[in-house]
Design a protein around this ligand. Structure first.
Ligand SMILES: C[S@@+](CC[C@H](N)C(=O)[O-])C[C@H]1O[C@@H](n2cnc3c(N)ncnc32)[C@H](O)[C@@H]1O
Length: 388
């Protein structure tokens, strides 16, 4: 263990495509040596930076602290490497453990076995030294570890975030197919929206995009809603954490931007309203039950939407629906920018507007296009020349 002022290296994990926005978030909170990787960003900083990462990042899944690195080509070497760590520095036989593994190596073919071997090494060390062993709790452990194996290099990382940071704590009920909160925040940050112009999601389902937009506009740290102290709590410098939380409360700003969430489904709107209330941003979002064809967006807005991908609809029906979305954009969103996230690439072509930007993101396992359309006077005409 070490002092709060000591600089250490960390890894923040995220989804594919969000690495750059996560890196920007990290630089903004004062992290150094920020470097993007594949679904991860490495950085360094003192304990304050680590806590700020857990408290304020919108696009990180987890904040991990590498604690040991060693070479291992088989299970015995892995076991010995884990035993090199003095585990009493990190946990005790009274705390519960959960271990997951990420493996990319010809020497290890599963993820379960390295996780199990790591657990055995920790448990054996405690049993030999104290006669008692820590137990495993996969749902709500006191200490969560990750074993990362790349070729013959193993890194043992301590999860400083506790539970995954996408669990903001506002999602009480799920509409079918809600966006992950981190993906929603990432989409908004990728669009460059900073709260200075109106925001609209005309197909908001459970409200994830408008709620994340309100959190951004109000400079509300996601950790303030989550309200859980980062784990392992045994390592927590509580006065520092409490001070950073108070600073985050003072940094909140009034939400003056107009934020609108529409959906044709009344049940979805009811869920979205309850979720927004739980996130304490319900007064800043206007939820409207309306089909997109009749929703009047605020002028000069940023629109982001995640329409159905058509799993349950016939091909012709979903393509017609995307053409209708395009028509509505040309009709009612002139002066606005619209972004659409969809895994249905054929339907996306039916929008009939030329995207000015295209990105690749994943919604769960589904590869999606994230497309930007600029709606200026004359978009209607230019669309005749084809979509994307
Ligand atoms: C994939 S879900 C959006 C999920 C949402 N992003 C969330 O995080 O919960 C698509 C939504 O579009 C809505 N929808 C479908 N057709 C619509 C239409 N014509 N007008 C408005 N909303 C529509 C559905 O009711 C559904 O809630």
């Amino acid at each position: 263990m070490s002092s709060a002022g000591e600089r250490r290296s960390y890894v923040a994990t995220t989804f594919f495509g969000l690495e750059d926005v996560l890196a920007d978030e990290l630089r903004a909170l004062g992290a150094s040596d920020v470097a993007t990787g594949n679904r991860a960003v490495t950085f360094s900083g003192d304990e304050r930076v680590a806590y700020l990462a857990v408290l304020t990042l919108r696009t990180a899944l987890r904040v991990l602290q590498p604690i040991h690195r060693f070479a291992a080509r088989d299970e015995n070497q892995l076991y010995r490497g884990v035993r090199e760590i003095d585990w009493s520095e990190w946990t005790s036989n009274k705390e519960t453990l959960a271990i997951d593994a990420v493996v990319n190596s010809k020497f290890f073919t599963h993820t379960k076995y390295p996780a199990l071997k790591t657990k055995d090494a920790i448990v054996d060390q405690f049993r030999e030294r104290t006669g008692k062993r820590p137990s495993v709790d996969v749902d709500d452990p006191d200490i969560r570890l990750r074993v990362h194996i790349a070729h013959d290099e193993t890194t043992i990382l301590l999860d400083r975030s506790g539970d995954s940071l996408h669990k903001r704590g506002y999602r009480l009920e799920k509409n079918p197919a809600p966006l992950n909160e981190i993906l929603a925040a990432g989409m908004i940050l990728l669009s460059g929206w900073d709260g200075s112009r109106p925001f609209v999601d005309p197909m908001c389902g459970s409200g994830t995009l408008p709620i994340e937009a309100a959190l951004i506009a109000g400079n509300i740290a996601p950790g303030l809603i989550r309200n859980a102290a980062p784990k392992p709590t045994g390592l927590l410098v509580r006065p520092l954490w409490e001070r950073l939380k108070r600073d985050a409360v003072s940094a909140k700003t009034p939400i003056e931007t107009e934020i609108v969430g529409g959906d044709r489904d009344g049940a979805a709107i009811a869920i979205a309203k309850r979720n927004a209330r739980k996130a304490s941003v319900d007064k800043s979002i206007r939820f409207i039950r309306s089909p997109i064809a009749r929703l009047e967006p605020p002028p000069n807005a940023l629109a982001i939407m995640n329409p159905p991908y058509g799993e349950r609809l016939k091909k012709a029906e979903i393509e017609k629906f995307y053409a209708e979305i395009g028509d509505r954009l040309k009709e009612a969103y002139v002066g606005s920018e619209a972004w659409i996230l969809s895994a249905n690439f054929t339907a996306l072509k039916r929008v009939g507007l030329r995207p000015s930007q295209k990105m690749k993101l994943y919604n769960g396992a589904l590869e999606c296009g994230f497309r930007k359309y600029e709606l200026y006077e004359g978009s209607r005409k230019s669309s005749k020349h084809g979509g994307d």
